[in-house]
Design a protein around this ligand. Sequence first.
Ligand code: HEC
Ligand code: HEC
Ligand code: HEC
Ligand code: HEC
Ligand code: HEC
Ligand code: HEC
Ligand code: HEC
Ligand code: HEC
Ligand code: HEC
Ligand code: HEC
Length: 283
Amino acid sequence: MSMKKIRLTYGLAVVGSILTAVFLLFPTLSAKTPFSKQEPDSENCGVCHEDMAKIFQLTPHAANSCITCHDNPDTHLEEGGGPNIFAFAAEDLANEKSQKCLTCHSIDHARFFASPHGKSSMDCTSCHVIHMEKTMPALLKTSALKTCNICHQDVFAQFQLNERHRLQEGILTCSTCHNPHEPATRERLGGFKQESCLTCHTDKGGPFLYEHEASRIEGCTSCHEVHGSSNRHMLTHQSTADLCFSCHGVAPDWHSRFDPYSTNCTVCHATIHGSNLSKIFLK
Ligand code: HEC
Ligand code: HEC
Ligand code: HEC
Ligand code: HEC
Ligand code: HEC
Ligand code: HEC
Ligand code: HEC
Ligand code: HEC
Ligand code: HEC
Ligand code: HEC
């Protein structure tokens, strides 16, 4: 630490102690001059929460005052501590906790309350941590993948099946396709536009002269599982014929000689995602 910084810290500590002394000696005075009007900085709290204030300086929120998150500190200061200040405690309402963060983060995360997580009484601190010297990227409590798996173990299990996206290898993460802050309904994810899939599978989106309208129904997920599956190409059905006949009641008569278990319809209907040459996806 430089001399200048030491002197500054020392100076602020002295000022802090004097302020505390004033608060302790003249509770009525402090009651009349609300803390929030004095534009305090973290050093005011650091007098008593020394270690926390020190670690806080190493976090991305260092430039923010403690009271941007822990507001209404007046009683706390008058009484020299105690459970009388907003502390993101377990018993605090989830909405109230998130609202503190959203005073600043509402530009990017305003729809949080409409997300499945916001609706399930989770709040920002369910996944993020503020007071920690070393955190994962994005202030997560643990790695991004582990964060999701705490609650979605069933989904993680799908990524263990033999046909799957390579999540464990780090090629994708859950948030490649899902934004945990957004209202990410099935419709939106599996919807017609498929943006989240087409960023990588660019060839599957066309534009095609002859589009397989199956995609219009639910998009890629009308034929594919997306996390993983035991079926080839992560198809929703083990037999391709069963998949096709789940939508197509009829095919030309001569197709009846095909055995659903031995016929792979895509041997002939090879451009199953769409084609510029064949209306029936033969080439
Ligand atoms: C960006 C918001 C934010 C800021 C700014 C902030 N805190 Fe916190 N604080 C939290 C959250 C959230 C918790 C709950 C525990 C956690 O998630 O880390 C918390 C918990 C605490 C606790 C309780 C710790 C415990 O173990 O129960 C103390 C004490 C505290 N903060 C002091 C401070 C001090 C002092 C400062 C300024 C140096 C500060 N905080 C700045 C968000 C903040
Ligand atoms: C005069 C000393 C003192 C000052 C100044 C002080 N605190 Fe505290 N604070 C304490 C004590 C003592 C506790 C209770 C013991 C503990 O949990 O560490 C406490 C607890 C807390 C808690 C946890 C409350 C809970 O319900 O668990 C938070 C959050 C907190 N302080 C934030 C702040 C902030 C923000 C400031 C500055 C505005 C501040 N403190 C200033 C002494 C102080
Ligand atoms: C007073 C405004 C303010 C409040 C309140 C606030 N933040 Fe932030 N937050 C910021 C700023 C500024 C940054 C830094 C942005 C940057 O570096 O680009 C930030 C960064 C972050 C980051 C990204 C860190 C990174 O490494 O990318 C996360 C996550 C975050 N805040 C979560 C929270 C949570 C959770 C809360 C509530 C407990 C909260 N913030 C409250 C202003 C705030
Ligand atoms: C279900 C867990 C979860 C919850 C709840 C959550 N986040 Fe996040 N957040 C994440 C993950 C995971 C990332 C990293 C995203 C990535 O990998 O790109 C992230 C990233 C961020 C970032 C940094 C980059 C970005 O995408 O903007 C900010 C800021 C942030 N979250 C703020 C918040 C706030 C504010 C809340 C509450 C309103 C919140 N988060 C609730 C999991 C969560
Ligand atoms: C603390 C538990 C918890 C954590 C951690 C968590 N979730 Fe969730 N998640 C839920 C709950 C509860 C729901 C809403 C109920 C449901 O649909 O299962 C939900 C819903 C979802 C949904 C919507 C499901 C649907 O049917 O539309 C997605 C997608 C999702 N979570 C992804 C994630 C991702 C990605 C992460 C990691 C960044 C994550 N979750 C972390 C608990 C959690
Ligand atoms: C390749 C993109 C992709 C990745 C990576 C991905 N998902 Fe999904 N996820 C989707 C799509 C698309 C759906 C909608 C599926 C449907 O409607 O049939 C979905 C559905 C869900 C659902 C609700 C339906 C269900 O199966 O319960 C949850 C919860 C979920 N994902 C969580 C996660 C978690 C947690 C991870 C990381 C371990 C993850 N997802 C990784 C694309 C993805
Ligand atoms: C980040 C890039 C990325 C995104 C986004 C993505 N994928 Fe993939 N996908 C891959 C890669 C790479 C493979 C190759 C399999 C491997 O990892 O070995 C793959 C494999 C597949 C396969 C199996 C291919 C085969 O040969 O068996 C299907 C089906 C698939 N993805 C569908 C989807 C769908 C549907 C979505 C959207 C919900 C999606 N993908 C989003 C990168 C991505
Ligand atoms: C009508 C059902 C159907 C729809 C809708 C569909 N697929 Fe497929 N997809 C298949 C079939 C069947 C195969 C296997 C083809 C084969 O047998 O060679 C396949 C194979 C794949 C493969 C691996 C083989 C290759 O050609 O690379 C990927 C990747 C893929 N699909 C991605 C997607 C994406 C992304 C979407 C959404 C834009 C999508 N699929 C929509 C039926 C479909
Ligand atoms: C999710 C439903 C769905 C699935 C699964 C599906 N299709 Fe389709 N397919 C359609 C729709 C919708 C059309 C547009 C014409 C119609 O309504 O029949 C279409 C059109 C076609 C056409 C163009 C000729 C025509 O009838 O207009 C062929 C050929 C075709 N599908 C073959 C297949 C094959 C082969 C499979 C299996 C690999 C398959 N389809 C799976 C929904 C589906
Ligand atoms: C040996 C190649 C071949 C195989 C295998 C095949 N098809 Fe076809 N299919 C064709 C040809 C060629 C046509 C167009 C000729 C006709 O209408 O008789 C056609 C036409 C169709 C049509 C009607 C298109 C229209 O004009 O409306 C559907 C639906 C269809 N096939 C579905 C399937 C399904 C489902 C399977 C798997 C059980 C399958 N096909 C297997 C070659 C094949």
